[in-house]
Design a protein around this ligand. Sequence first.
Ligand SMILES: [Zn+2]
Length: 194
Amino acid sequence: MRLTPVSSILTRTISTRVNPSQPFRLATLRPVPIRPMSSFLGSLFGSSSSKSSNMSYPDQRTNDEWQAILNKEQFRVLREKGTEAPGTGKFNKHAPETGVYTCAGCDVPLYKATHKFSSGCGWPAYFDSIPGAVVRHEDRTLGMARIEIVCANCGGHLGHVFKGEGYPTPTDERHCVNSISLNFSAEDKPVEKK
Ligand SMILES: [Zn+2]
């Protein structure tokens, strides 16, 4: 079996390209197919995915499967990285002493009631999460550099985390989470296995 001599192909390609008698045709300058407008707008407004969708999560349900169990607004926020309007979420001013907030998509515990604090920002705020329950990604949509937080089990979009804002909490971090991405259970589930 003979292998194609790659180096000679490369040499030929390069010499072809630098040959002034063969200028680039316009077609060679646009090898990338033009994406549909919806996809372009999606990435512009951050509802389409960035790096995080390429990651694999333990819960690998497809969009069709998510659509079957989530309502329209939950799907928009959790699976398309949307944001609920400030001050409208059911857990914005929710302040229980005990209990656990779980992922509205896959039901995994994410935050304890004792992590929640009143930030006045219009969304539920937590200074910490249950260890390992939340994954962070860089988010450069909307012209800002933010840290997106997603459920570590299903990749569902939760919101963003901000640091160093001066809140009097143990971490000085604010997990700014959409209420619609969460459910609440008043019973403290055994979340930390040892
Ligand atoms: Zn989840």
